[in-house]
Write a protein of this length. Structure first.
Length: 260
């Protein structure tokens, strides 16, 4: 289909796309129509919401390049902004920041929201690769720039294996359809409470039928290793728990053994 033909076709009442601005955009939207995706006023539109403005070196530029690439090559509307820091203690306001972001995305009519932290280093095509799967909750395979896994479960996932259904994934880079949050349109989804980590929130999503997916073909590097939210000196988890406790945790997680 040529661009003039596509523009002419959009005059038909049964089509909801257009008018396309580029030939590539026309091809993307035509493919979407053929596979039966539901109508949306801005197909593929994505709000990239950074949690704060405390950028690690190179991270802002990398996320910006991803946003620009998605618009230029994918032909979809992208907005990139940094949420105001609402934390009075380390991480104590992140839930509020995440809630405000998805409220903004729904209110402004975006089809997708992508949460990003200030320390990630995505490739320019990372968003397009994740979006291509059309999964409601999906994230990339995370690798830390120092080469360690820091006790995070994703460290054991192999690369290049396609999609993997998991219990929870890191929130450092997470793509979600905004409609996922509709059950929480009046009651905020993300908590600020201590202990309300990824596991808690993904169990909540599971209650309404959503399991997170990891795309092991898409790798995003993170510069800042994870640490406990209220640990001001950013100690490693091995310094915060006895070795025996860590070993027991690894055995339960890896072998599926019951809790004692």
């Amino acid at each position: 289909m040529t661009l003039p033909e596509y523009r002419a076709a959009t005059l038909a009442p049964e089509l909801y796309f257009g008018p396309a601005e580029t030939q590539h955009q026309a091809e993307i939207w035509s493919k979407r129509a053929k596979i039966g995706l539901p109508p949306h006023i801005y197909p593929g539109s994505t709000l990239i919401a950074a949690m704060g403005k405390h950028w690690h070196p190179g991270s802002y530029e990398a996320v910006l390049a991803m946003a620009q690439h998605t618009w230029q090559e994918g032909g979809v509307l992208v907005r990139f902004y940094a949420e105001q820091d609402r934390c009075y203690e380390p991480y104590d306001g992140l839930g509020t920041m995440r809630n405000l972001a998805y409220m903004r995305a729904i209110r402004e009519g975006f089809e997708w929201i992508m949460y990003v932290d200030n320390d990630i280093l995505p490739e320019p095509d990372a968003l397009m690769r994740l979006q291509e799967w059309q999964m409601p909750v999906i994230g990339p395979l995370v690798r830390f720039t120092d080469g360690e896994d820091h006790g995070i479960r994703q460290g054991s996932y192999p690369e290049g294996g396609g999609l993997l259904v998991v219990h929870s994934i890191l929130l450092s880079c997470l793509l979600m359809r905004t409609e996922v949050f509709l059950p929480w349109a009046l009651t905020p989804f993300w908590d600020n409470a201590r202990g309300s980590d990824e596991e808690v929130h993904f169990e909540r999503l599971a209650m309404v039928g959503h399991r997170p997916i990891v795309d092991t073909n898409t790798i995003v590097k993170i510069q800042n290793p994870p640490h406990f939210p209220f640990d001001h000196i950013k100690r490693d988890y091995t310094e915060l728990a006895p070795k025996e406790a860590i070993q027991n945790w690894r055995m339960r997680d890896g072998a599926g053994e019951p809790y004692p």
